[in-house]
Structures are given as C-alpha cells and as structure tokens.
Ligand binder design. Structure first.
Ligand code: SF4
Length: 216
C-alpha cells in the first residue's frame, strides 16, 4: 500500500530540490541550509550541521542526526561516536594499506533531532523532517560524486537508500551499511563483540572504492 503522506513529503522536498539545483559549491549549499527553517527542528538548535569534509570525495558518510556536541560546534561526528568512527576508519585503512581517502560526512537531517534544546539523548528524526531535509543530501551528493557511501544505522540505511535511490541506480556506487557508532559504543566500543567484523567490512569496502593502482 502506498503511504500517501510520505509520498507528499517526498514530492514537496524533491520539487524544492529541483528549484535549488543551481547550487554548485559546498559554501552555496551551506549558506542556504544554515538559514533553513523548513521543519520544526531548527527551533531547538545552536547550529545547523550541514556537513564537513572534502568535496568532491571518494566516500560519503551519512549518519542520522547531529548530537549535542555536533550541534554546539556546527560540525558532524565530533563527539565520542565520531571519534570511534574515525578510529574504525583508520584501523580499516591500515589493514588494507590505503594511505589516504577523501571523506565527506553528513547526516539525514542537518538539525539535531530533539524536542527540547537540553534533551540529552534526542530522538530519531521523523519522516517529514527527513524528507524536508533530503534535497540537501541530493545537493551534497551531486557535488561530492562519491564512489562509495556508508550508511550508519538502520534508519539511515532505509531512508538513505530511498532518498538516493535514482542516483544509486545510475552510478556504480559501493554501499556499506554499518551500525551507528553510538550503538557500537553502547555494546562496548572497541570491545564490542562485533567490532572486528565491522572493521573487516569497512576494510573490504575501502578496497572496492579505491582503484587498484592506488592501493599501497
Ligand atoms: S533539519 Fe533540515 S529541513 Fe529541518 S530545519 Fe534543519 S536544515 Fe531545515
């Protein structure tokens, strides 16, 4: 059965994205979305967290929503979860002897999803918030032109695939689904029972993204 409500959110967001398709640099995209008030999430944030990293990039990393620390500084993946993610990336790159890879990091929504500014844990963004923010993901993807994309956590894996469906179909994009770093931290971080399995998946993904001649 078609979810008509979701279809409406998607159509509204995609029509808006087509109107904004002229945005061609990260700074143009950032300046538009830094001012965005299209969904209620902007009401409780200190900063919009549009994304950070290198564009164009080899790998785009998409998480769910900025956390408290990300909201405070306006950059994604700067808290404990972000540190764990970077540690995983470094370990995986070392395992396959890749010395350098270019990343861009962002989230499904640019504003921290919570109902009150001092709410510690926050909440997952809802469908309307995700689709309202989805043109930003298209714009970042269009200038990022990644060879691979990492979706962090189940919500991102499902919405990320849906939002970028046409682009994924049209490109030979490598996709990796990883648990959200916060979930790995809850299971013990580097001591989590599946930590080494996730590193192995990440290492294989990096090998697929890199062309053979760039491998060390
Ligand atoms: S989450 Fe996205 S759509 Fe909602 S206000 Fe923030 S930038 Fe705008």
């Amino acid at each position: 059965m078609i979810d008509t409500q979701t279809t409406t959110y998607k159509e509204l967001a995609w029509n808006d994205w087509r109107k904004q398709a002229m945005l061609t640099t990260f700074w143009q995209i950032k300046s538009v979305w830094d001012e965005c008030k299209q969904c209620p999430l902007h009401q409780t944030v200190s900063h919009h967290v549009v994304g950070d990293g290198v564009l164009p990039c080899e790998v785009m990393i998409v998480g769910e929503s900025p956390g408290m620390q990300e909201d405070a500084v306006g950059k994604p993946f700067v808290g404990k979860s972000g540190h764990l993610l970077l540690q995983m990336i470094e370990q995986a790159l070392a395992e396959v002897r890749i010395h350098k890879i270019t990343f861009f990091m962002t989230n499904l929504v640019a504003c921290r999803s919570c109902d009150f500014p001092d709410e510690r844990g926050g909440r997952p963004p809802d469908t309307k918030e995700i689709y309202t923010c989805s043109p930003r993901l298209h714009q970042l993807f269009d200038i990022g032109k990644p060879k691979g994309i990492i979706f962090l956590g189940r919500l991102v894996q499902s919405y990320g695939r849906e939002i970028l469906h046409e682009k994924i179909k049209a490109t030979k994009l490598e996709i990796l689904d990883l648990p959200a770093p916060a979930a790995i931290l809850r299971r013990g971080g580097v001591h989590a029972y599946d930590f080494q399995d996730q590193i192995a998946k990440l290492a294989l993904f990096f090998e697929l993204v890199k062309s053979p001649r760039e491998l060390g």
